[in-house]
Design a protein around this ligand. Sequence first.
Ligand SMILES: C[S@@+](CC[C@H](N)C(=O)[O-])C[C@H]1O[C@@H](n2cnc3c(N)ncnc32)[C@H](O)[C@@H]1O
Length: 197
Amino acid sequence: MWDERFGTKEYLFGTEPASFLRDNVGLVPPGARTLCIAEGEGRNAVFLAGLGCQVTAFDASAVGLDKARKLAGARGVQLALHHATIEEWDWSQPFDLVVGVFIQFVGPEGRTALFDGIRRALGPGGRLMLHGYTPEQVALGTGGPGRRENMYTQDMLRDSFADLQVLRLASYEKVLREGTGHSGRSALIDFIADAPA
Ligand SMILES: C[S@@+](CC[C@H](N)C(=O)[O-])C[C@H]1O[C@@H](n2cnc3c(N)ncnc32)[C@H](O)[C@@H]1O
């Protein structure tokens, strides 16, 4: 399905990063060894590499990864790109920064395993930057999987990453212009938190 969605010349979510990353750029640790989860066409990975992060990114879509490779080439940055699913990824490799932007293809049945993997990928003092939709997004219909149970709430994120020190946890509405894939008034949630050193 994602290969088909990405099978156009245009970038479905645009070539600029999620506004979440731009808005919180001051919280991107300089030079961080960074993991971008399910990074699709590479817009966030390329932005972070441009800031000086050493970026590893993976995605289940080979078509998305090809576009990520092209975007990195056009912007003159290096990415380590891997064709893998969240189930296949080796979460034991530690990172200074783990980034998950709109990875809500995962429902309640897979979320515990995914969040456990993310937690394992955070090295000592590692930072998590997670961004997605709240359940209110389903009524807005401007992006995302359309399943309330896939969305995040503040309580869910606080409880799932209970040992992290929270730097930002906020849910809000905002008009997004991120390609045709995420376009219009959106119900969003940001979570930025640090693992113990
Ligand atoms: C909404 S897109 C977000 C892409 C990117 N994070 C961004 O913000 O532009 C969701 C991504 O999840 C990927 N994906 C779907 N199922 C996956 C899985 N089981 N493992 C890894 N990636 C998956 C898709 O290929 C797609 O790139």
